[in-house]
Design a protein around this ligand. Structure first.
Ligand SMILES: Nc1ncnc2c1ncn2[C@@H]1O[C@H](COP(=O)(O)OP(=O)(O)OP(=O)(O)O)[C@@H](O)[C@H]1O
Ligand SMILES: [Mg+2]
Length: 223
């Protein structure tokens, strides 16, 4: 039996818009185990990003149970959730979310600052992560000196530098063309082969085929 990373049951999310209740997630049961590589697919507006924000502890569900690494998230305070998130989850978003005017190495070192890692080790780990994503020659480059896919590699290095339990990607290739998108998915596949647990959210069949477990969300439920 593989160790569980995520276990959700009956997760709901209701947004209040004006005087209307928008029930985006009706009932989500979902499990992810260590070393799995899963994708969640669904049409635009089906609730993928909403679910990812809950999984990533960026937002709280309106109901249901969520255990991350066996910890009951509904009982964790916002500060405890933030700590769990920083230690255990690496995020990759569609738009790389890099800091402007900041060299790659500094971007990648940043998550380690929050973990009180000494500066010398931060630097060493950031360089290792950049080499791992094939950017060994771009360590001191600025975002505006890099192409989109190189920037997304910096974002991947930033996501893996803390050696997180889970890597979460929301449309990680959404801003890239299919060739560079495939390159990025190959890097993510390699991370999975090196025993990282991966969950990707996408509406692209091309991205979905890299995953080994496929989940479909429709009308606020997992099919
Ligand atoms: N903060 C919010 N307040 C109100 N409604 C929201 C909010 N966030 C999302 N929604 C609505 O919830 C639904 C699901 O949105 P979500 O972003 O999760 O979809 P998605 O599957 O990620 O779509 P896409 O493929 O376009 O990224 C949509 O109808 C959206 O308009
Ligand atoms: Mg989305």
């Amino acid at each position: 039996m593989q160790e569980q990373v995520i276990k959700m049951t009956g997760i709901k999310k209701i947004y209040h818009v004006g005087d209307e209740d928008l029930e985006v997630l009706k009932w989500v049961d979902f499990e992810l185990h260590k070393w799995e590589f899963a994708s969640i697919m669904g049409e635009s507006g089906s609730g993928k990003s909403t679910l990812m924000n809950i999984i990533g502890m960026l937002d709280n569900p309106s109901g249901g149970n969520y255990f991350f690494d066996w910890i009951d998230i509904s009982k964790a305070t916002d500060d405890e959730q933030a700590l769990l998130r920083r230690r255990n989850i690496g995020f990759i978003f569609q738009w790389y979310n890099l800091l402007p005017k900041t060299p790659a190495i500094k971007q990648v070192m940043l998550p380690l600052v929050y973990q009180w890692v000494p500066a010398k080790i931060r630097k060493q780990k950031a360089i290792e992560a950049l080499i791992k994503v094939g950017l060994g020659d771009k360590i001191y480059s600025l975002p505006n000196e890099m192409s989109g896919w190189q920037q997304q590699r910096v974002a991947i290095a930033r996501a893996i530098v803390t050696d997180p339990l889970l890597i979460l990607g929301d449309e990680p290739t959404g801003a890239l063309d299919s060739k560079t998108g495939n390159d990025v998915m190959e890097i993510i596949t390699k991370l999975n082969e090196e025993w990282k647990t991966i969950l990707i959210i996408t509406h692209s069949a091309e991205v979905d085929k890299f995953a080994k477990k496929h989940i479909f969300i429709k009308d606020g439920m997992i099919m």
